[in-house]
Write a protein of this length. Structure first.
Length: 311
């Protein structure tokens, strides 16, 4: 049984405390480790077992913590300052079986902030307490997508085929970015209409929503022709390829830049299945991404107001 007296100490923890614990319990109680244990207790103390003064180190500290997660996971979670974001990452990590490295990546890409972009207060509360719940088509879409794992640099000579190949080469990481429930189906899926051939860049299936997700990659600015083409792809899949048990197909255009007005006036007001999202080829700093999310939040609120007023 390990006495909790050292938790009352203030950092830096004295080396004498470390030596005393090593002498009594063996290796593994360095001053830095004690500091992490102290931080762990402070962060999660509201979920601690009610055992006066002592706790069994071998059986674990908390009865409400997720046994699927390792000490490495919780060391990362301790660095998440916002409690609501920390709760989300803990739940999603367990649901999605993320490794510690994958958790670090998702935290660094501000996944919580990106998913909370389109949530109202009630939706944000659900995200915090239950993690990501996939109930609508919009729930499986992010904006922006962070594709830093491709190793590509944003430049004028970047081709769509090169971006597509980079995503295929890093498919497991792309699936992580897409989110839960996605599986890869095809690339350059050919469809033929009256003798003309068309090719859909990437096709995925989401097993939770039970629908196909078609992805088109666009270098440069999004045009109304791009949106119209995706609408054609979605219509084709719905009428020719989806099974009766499948939900209607979703179309996602990943582009470097998009004009909100082009998207709004190309698609019908009732649209819920065609989406256009920006992508970034580097992992932005938290300040950069927060600025981008703030801008997107304003656009989202403007769109919602237009729908409400019928504009």
């Amino acid at each position: 049984m390990l006495n909790w007296w050292f938790l009352t100490l203030k950092p830096p923890l004295p080396a004498a405390s470390s030596r005393r614990l090593v002498d009594e319990y063996g290796d593994g109680w360095s001053a830095s480790h004690l500091w992490h244990v102290r931080q762990f207790y402070i962060t999660f103390q509201n979920r601690c077992l009610k055992i006066p003064h002592t706790v069994c180190a071998e059986s674990g500290f908390l009865h409400t913590l997720r046994l699927e997660l390792s000490w490495s996971h919780y060391r990362i979670l301790m660095r998440v300052e916002r409690p609501e974001a920390r709760s989300f990452y803990e739940i999603e990590c367990a649901k999605s079986n993320w490794s510690a490295r994958e958790l670090e990546r998702q935290k660094g890409s501000l996944l919580f902030e990106r998913l909370s972009l389109s949530k109202d207060k009630k939706g944000l509360m659900k995200l915090t307490k239950k993690g990501q719940e996939l109930q609508t088509y919009a729930d499986i879409i992010k904006d922006p997508y962070v594709l830093e794992f491709t190793g590509l640099e944003s430049q004028s000579k970047l081709y769509e085929s090169k971006l597509e190949q980079a995503l295929i080469d890093n498919l497991s990481k792309f699936l992580l970015e897409l989110g839960r429930g996605f599986s890869f189906v095809a690339r350059q899926k050919r469809i033929t209409l009256d003798g003309d051939h068309f090719f859909i860049d990437l096709v995925f299936y989401n097993a939770l929503i039970k629908c196909y997700v078609l992805i088109d990659l666009k270098i440069g600015k999004l045009t109304h022709q791009d949106i119209g083409q995706m609408q054609m792809y979605v219509n084709y899949y719905d009428r020719e390829l989806k099974q009766k048990s499948d939900q209607p197909t979703v179309g996602l255009i990943l582009c470097e830049d998009k004009k909100e007005a082009v998207v709004r006036y190309t698609l019908p007001k009732s649209n819920k299945r065609i989406f256009a999202s920006k992508y970034k080829l580097y992992l932005p700093t938290e300040k950069e991404l927060q600025k981008e999310l703030k801008r997107e939040k304003q656009l989202f609120e403007t769109r919602r107001l237009r729908v409400k007023t019928g504009d």
